[in-house]
Design a binder for this molecule. Structure first.
Ligand code: M6R
Length: 610
């Protein structure tokens, strides 16, 4: 949540900061602002709305400055107006600060500072931190030390970058619980809340750790903890290219990412399938293979789309590895004193690797003595580093706020884990080979669905009048129904509910009338006949049925108003295919309704606050 970028180096800073903000806008887009050093003073411009509003304020003015900080906001404290936009200042207006996270004790700090005669102009927790830094600066006359002392007073989370007109060649940054990446360029340094704002300048980065600060001057930098201990950092190389975070000719990132799935899915199992052995190789889990094999229970914790893929994971692991699995919302897990036994293994699943609820759940599980494994997309992210071992899903950067390709790659990870454990236990080599072969056919099948996207576009046009949708699925496709409903809610703002198809008759059936489109995943498998009965129940009440069916199924034409066919595959692989038309349906529906697909209202890509 919130995008932060800071720059110091050889180039004019304002276009660099603006471009950085554009790359980070998917993290929050309520307001944006910039502070640069101009003629020895801090010049700040900030504006409610998207980065484009700030851009017009800058009006192509390339200020003669080579140091600055900038921010795009997802509001937590205080409405998204000009005043609450970042950067914020201390009372002397000599110190400017951008912040991602939440200062939990801001109210008591504010009271204390007010009693000492300080004043506040905004409703934000961030301004309290800026004023506190200014308070310490009066005594120390040292920006780094003032930031350090202020951070020692703070409870909560922060990723900050600070500058001062008194130290025109210095940026100070720090983090706790909010990501911060430091890029080392050629005579320039750029610091940002994620690597996408850095990649245009350099691929050499340092991931700042919790409670660590980085002090950056024109040509040098050093790190230490906020407790004044020395730290050592490894330089990493960013694994993606600039082209991967551009739209590449697509009108929206979401559509681009939907279309990337044949490739991203292939990347998720590349090098991990041993076809001739019918077996799976997972290097990242090798160190815990025995723990996994002997585990008595697996708990999976995640949020949103990652929670849905985890539900598919539950079905897969129970089916193939015969280990009981529980899937928990990360936000609930932490607060309900979960029982974790000695031989339990906890998986944390996250695209961004920065979701605060999931990070908190990991800490809770670790404190209770569990081994915690990560299934993560973003390389070097907090969750990847907090977990004991794990696997990357290799989906590449996901920019669209609605998660799409991460879902199929996460499901892929669970398929691999389930088969890996299953082969250790009871899956035969010949079954293993058959499954591996079917997996390798999935990318082409995904492509054939995408080649037929026009048909979904037509369906979206037909139903764009509807205010409510029901999504139904059974077995492996129940989580897909949940995911389809979430996608529709997120980007088209249409109310949608996902249900296990058979559960409909226990309540939601009361909602069905001629105005209620019902999307049903009715692929040919062991429970096909049961799903047909559920469709009958919808039809009997006048509901309109959009069926996702298996190619060649003529029978379904007797029941559905609209049909979208997907290629046949093994039932445990159907979520990989069935989800794609649902992603496309929500996309085309949102476009039809004129919604902002990549930046839907009230949302942000990664939720780094609890
Ligand atoms: O980065 P994560 O996978 O941890 O994010 C979890 C959710 O915030 C995320 O899936 C969210 O629900 C998406 N907007 C779904 O499209």
């Amino acid at each position: 949540m919130c995008g932060i970028v800071g720059y110091i180096g050889k180039n004019l800073v304002s276009p660099i900061l603006l471009n950085g903000l554009k790359r980070l806008e998917y993290r929050g887009y309520d307001s944006a602002g910039i502070s640069i050093l101009q003629n020895g003073q801090i010049l700040t411009l900030k504006k409610a709305g998207k980065v484009a509003e700030l851009e017009s304020l800058l009006n192509h003015n390339d200020y003669d400055s080579k140091i600055g900080i900038a921010h795009t906001r997802w509001a937590t404290h205080g409405e998204p107006n000009d005043l609450n936009a970042h950067p914020h200042f201390d009372n002397s207006k000599e110190i400017s600060l951008v912040h991602n996270g939440i200062i939990e004790n801001y109210a008591s700090l504010k009271k204390n500072l007010t009693e000492r005669g300080y004043y506040f102009e905004s409703d934000t927790d961030t301004e309290v931190l800026a004023v506190l830094v200014g308070h310490f600066y009066i005594k120390t006359k040292d920006l780094c030390e003032s930031v350090r002392l202020a951070l020692n007073e703070v409870t909560g989370t922060f990723g900050i970058v600070v500058m001062s007109s008194n130290e025109p060649n210095t940026l100070v940054a720090a983090r706790r619980g909010s990501p911060m990446v430091f890029g080392i360029g050629d005579d320039e340094f750029i610091i940002a809340s994620d690597a996408s704002a850095i990649i245009a300048h350099t691929k050499q980065v340092i991931y700042i750790n919790d409670n660590e600060m980085i002090i950056v001057n024109q040509n040098t930098f050093h790190t230490k903890t906020i407790y004044n201990e020395k730290t050592d950092n490894k330089i990493h190389e960013i694994e993606f290219d600039l082209t991967q975070i551009e739209k590449g000719g697509f009108p929206h990132f979401m559509l681009k990412e939907i279309y990337e799935q044949p490739i991203t899915f292939k990347d998720s199992f590349r090098g991990r399938i041993i076809q001739k052995e019918g077996d799976i190789k997972l290097g990242g889990l090798r160190s815990v293979a025995e723990n996994l094999r002997n585990s008595k229970r697996i708990i999976i914790t995640a949020c949103g789309t990652s929670w849905h893929s985890s539900l598919v994971g539950e079905y897969l692991i129970e089916n193939f590895a015969n280990i009981p699995v529980e899937v928990e919302y990360a936000s609930e897990f932490r607060y309900r004193n979960p029982v974790i036994n000695k031989d339990d293994i906890v998986f944390a699943v996250s695209q961004s690797g920065e979701t605060a609820d999931t990070l908190a759940a990991i800490k809770e599980a670790k404190q209770k003595g569990a081994i915690v494994l990560g299934i993560v997309n973003q390389v070097g992210s907090s969750i990847a580093r907090e977990t004991d071992a794990g696997m990357y899903i290799h989906a590449g950067p996901e920019i669209g706020v609605a998660s799409t390709k991460a879902f199929t790659s996460q499901v892929s990870a669970f398929i691999l884990i389930a088969l890996y454990l299953g082969r250790m236990k009871n899956i035969s080599k010949s079954d293993g080979m058959r499954y591996c072969n079917e997996i390798s056919l999935i990318p082409d099948k995904m492509q054939s669905i995408l080649d037929n996207a026009e048909a979904i576009k037509e369906i979206a046009k037909h139903y764009s009048y509807a205010n409510n949708f029901l999504y139904l699925g059974r077995g492996y496709n129940f989580p897909v129904a949940l995911e389809g409903a979430l996608k529709l809610k997120e980007i088209s703002y249409i109310h949608a509910e996902g249900y296990p198809a058979a559960e409909m008759k226990h309540g939601p059936i009361a909602l069905i009338d001629e105005n209620m489109p019902v999307v049903i995943i009715a692929t040919k498998d062991e429970i096909y006949e049961k799903v047909i009965s559920n469709i009958e129940e919808v039809r009997a009440r006048g509901g309109k049925v959009i069926a996702i069916a298996t190619e060649g199924d003529e029978n379904i034409k007797n029941y559905a108003n609209h049909i979208f066919y997907i290629p046949e595959t093994l039932s445990f692989l159907t979520p990989l295919l069935a989800v794609i038309p649902l992603q496309l349906l929500s996309y085309y529906m949102a476009v039809e309704l004129g919604r902002d697909v990549d930046q839907p209202r009230n949302l942000a890509k990664s939720v780094t606050v609890e």
